[in-house]
Write a protein that binds this ligand. Structure first.
Ligand SMILES: Nc1ncnc2c1ncn2[C@@H]1O[C@H](COP(=O)(O)OP(=O)(O)O)[C@@H](O)[C@H]1O
Ligand SMILES: [Mg+2]
Length: 229
């Protein structure tokens, strides 16, 4: 099956000279269509750094990143923005919603930025809001939503442009275990249903049975862990 994300010999150092820290040390990973990969490891081990590099939000010190069929770093900043908008859905620990936009407009904005037509965007937004149980919240502003609702809006927003790669950094951190599990289940379903690829950083080991692969990160190295279903 086709690779949706490839990292080849990626290293990342912050700072230079005596104060430099090597967070990733020559790591490689391939994620195929239909795969849901979990990344686990101690706090400060480089999970967020890894995900930011995988999503082309941060440049590696060394190594290559290929998203879909495009190698990162060969494009202009503008082209890179377009690749991110069209091909990657980001979900962060806190939902990062825009306070002055309604739930529905958060979704429409992302679609507009990608240059999609209004009519189809509205249909997609309404479809996703329904699927995530948010139809009754369409016209609400983020401040009145519960933590679980906000995170579901963030997921709907991440899916708005139908990205082939989903990157989630501790998406369940602000949720209780039941809501957290339902969020991860939605990610797993989306990956299987539409043959997407997803990488999720998590500290919640109870979620790992919903993933296909578990990658452990420590001391700058990745190691694949056996999964217990
Ligand atoms: N922009 C940065 N500048 C300097 N050091 C950083 C930066 N971002 C992360 N780090 C360091 O890199 C290490 C890994 O951080 P991070 O990727 O956030 O870990 P995790 O997400 O696993 O908790 C930490 O030691 C952190 O302090
Ligand atoms: Mg982190």
């Amino acid at each position: 099956m086709r690779n949706k994300l490839v990292l080849e010999h990626v290293s990342k150092e912050f700072g230079d000279g005596d104060t430099s820290v090597k967070v990733l040390d020559n790591v490689s990973l391939q994620v195929k269509a239909g795969e849901f990969v979990a990344v686990v490891g101690p706090s400060g081990s480089g999970k967020s750094t890894f995900l930011s590099i995988a999503g082309a939000l941060l440049s590696p010190t060394k190594g290559r990143i290929i998203i879909g069929d495009q190698e990162v770093g060969k494009q202009s900043a503008k082209q890179m923005n377009k690749i991110r908008l069209d091909h990657i859905g980001f979900i962060f620990q806190s939902s990062n919603l825009i306070p002055y936009l309604t739930v529905r407009d958060q979704l429409l904005l992302i679609s507009k930025l990608a240059g999609n037509p209004k009519r189809t965007s509205e249909e997609r937004a309404d479809h996703l809001l329904k699927r995530l149980g948010l139809t009754h919240r369409s016209n609400a502003y983020p401040e009145v939503l519960s933590g679980g609702e906000r995170q579901r809006v963030a997921i709907a927003r991440a899916w708005m442009n139908n990205p082939e790669l989903i990157l989630a950094d501790e998406p369940t951190a602000s949720l209780d275990s039941e809501r957290g599990r339902s969020v991860v289940q939605m990610l797993a379903d989306e990956v299987k249903l539409h043959q997407k690829a997803a990488v999720m950083v998590t500290h919640d080991l109870r979620m790992l049975d919903l993933c296909d692969r578990v990658i452990y990160i420590e001391d700058g190295k990745l190691s694949e862990q056996p999964i217990q279903h």
